[in-house]
Design a protein. Structure first.
Length: 116
């Protein structure tokens, strides 16, 4: 069973940047479409970004142009670079396999708080 560990969250001012990491054990991430999701208080978990096995990417409209997903195969880690952060980006961020695929066990996520 894959274990996913997210890290890199924190408190940042609006307009700032953070880079999130998702490290995996038990599975080779480059063999799967991997995605980032987020869940704000009182809201449903939503899709943020994904990277296909091919390296192609897709983003939610809300983050397009501000967030960048990447992958380091040697470290078996997926990243989410978040720039020009807004208060509405405040949420717990999770990584998992892409939408439409039975998710792996969800990790604890990493909290991102953007102050305005």
């Amino acid at each position: 069973q894959a274990q996913l560990v997210e890290s890199g969250g924190g408190l940042v001012q609006a307009g700032g940047s953070l880079r999130l990491s998702c490290a995996a054990s038990g599975r080779t991430l480059s063999m799967y479409t991997m995605a980032w999701y987020r869940q704000a208080p009182g809201k449903e978990r939503e899709f943020v970004a994904l990277m296909y096995v091919s390296g192609g990417t897709r983003y939610a409209d809300k983050v397009k142009g501000r967030f960048t997903i990447s992958r380091d195969n040697a470290k078996n880690t997926v990243y989410l670079q978040m720039d020009s952060l807004k208060s509405e980006d405040t949420a717990i961020y999770y990584c998992n396999v892409g939408p439409g695929t039975t998710p792996w066990y969800w990790g604890q996520g990493t909290q991102v708080t953007v102050s305005s």
